[in-house]
Design a protein around this ligand. Sequence first.
Ligand SMILES: [Zn+2]
Length: 483
Amino acid sequence: MNRKSTRKKRTENAGASKRNLELTVITYGFLAIFIAMCLYFAYFLTFGAEDFINNPYNARVSQFSDDVIRGDVLSSDGEVLATTQVASDGSETRVYPFGSTFAHAVGYNTNGKSGVELDGNFNMLRSHSFALTRLLNDFTDTKDQGDSVVTTLDAGMQKTAYNAFGSYRGAVVAIEPKTGKILCLMSKPDFDPGSIASNWEALNSDSDSSVLLNRATQGLYPPGSTFKILTALEYLNEGGKMSDAFDCGGTYTENGYTIHCYGNTSHGNEDLKQAFAKSCNVAFSQAGLSLDLNKYKNLADNMLFNNELPTKLSNVKKSSFDLKKGDDPVLVMQTAIGQGDTLVTPLHMAMIAAAIENDGIVMEPYIIDKVVNDNGDLVRPYFGDNYGAIISSEDAKKLKKLMRAVVTDGTGSALLSDNYKAFGKTGSAEYTSDKNATHSWFVGFAKKDGKEVAVAVIMEGAGSGSAHAVPVARAMFDNYFAE
Ligand SMILES: [Zn+2]
């Protein structure tokens, strides 16, 4: 072989190995795509298809009830919150043993659907009963028993909120910060989901009380002084210090507008921590005026204002906050103390409290814990996804200091307990021009021996946070940490 042909051979070899490489890349590329598709189909068949079919607008699902008796809704501790009774003539009645106590959380199943009855609809219309039983049912033309939805709801917590709340309108939310489990989701005024069909017109025509509205997830309220959590954090992030001094004479006037402390109380000389603990409006409107409004808005956005809340719950409203450079100082002062145009849902405030407890990380709130068959065997578990941090763990530490001071030296002193350690912020939110008419707020959490719970309480028109919302929070904490 001469030199020339050797070179030619080498060139051919190089060309061939290049083609081989291309072929290999293409082959593996297709193989990778094929495997990805297989995995996707496997995932879709397991979970995605269920979520797709479970869409409330999917008409197919309602036909399932021809073959399946709708399954139960259970609390985490095994109480039956909704069940279907079958009469001897085969007619079915949906029964809610706790009446109105779980009304908005469990929801209704006639005249449309809401709550768990909506979110778990598909699960309860499927049956994973023992295969032989289902086969036998097929032969005898008998309906299968649908699967049950086990919720994260704690019957004791829900009943405590319901009873402590009395006849006020408003909402209570309780969340486990480390998991996102919703322990309590209460809204008043309420209704009996068992008799909703016969009361439908009356319930819908009463626009004044909006009974069907789930205030916990859809009620938009001014946050009042609970918003000082964000104002304080932004103030500290912009170089302010816990030891910064303020002087409160009970009122503060700027641009012809006067801010009042609650009951015109004069708080005198105080540092930021004391001003937070006593909920001083004068100090916080001054702190607010010193802020970079664009950064303030960024902080609120990061803390999920103007965002869809990350949760699997249906029909949750977005909270809103809007301030920008150059806005009217009067609006800035009002916003800094939680008035102005800011609106929040109780669920959102509970999520903020939970995130502060959980070093800044939001676990997405969820209410369906698992699906089980009629024998109690697990069909499918659910988990709260980790949304990530909405504030840094350093920020969370600072806020814990401030929120603890509210309990040890401020408006939340009724939460001092030997049994657990409580943190929080009270609020009295004005909602009309009448300064004496205020919503009563409490937002916070408590912990003991590695157990934690976050709550948000709002009582419409009740008065100050410390007088009304705090005792409800106290009842919730006492129940949760009861031996
Ligand atoms: Zn003051």
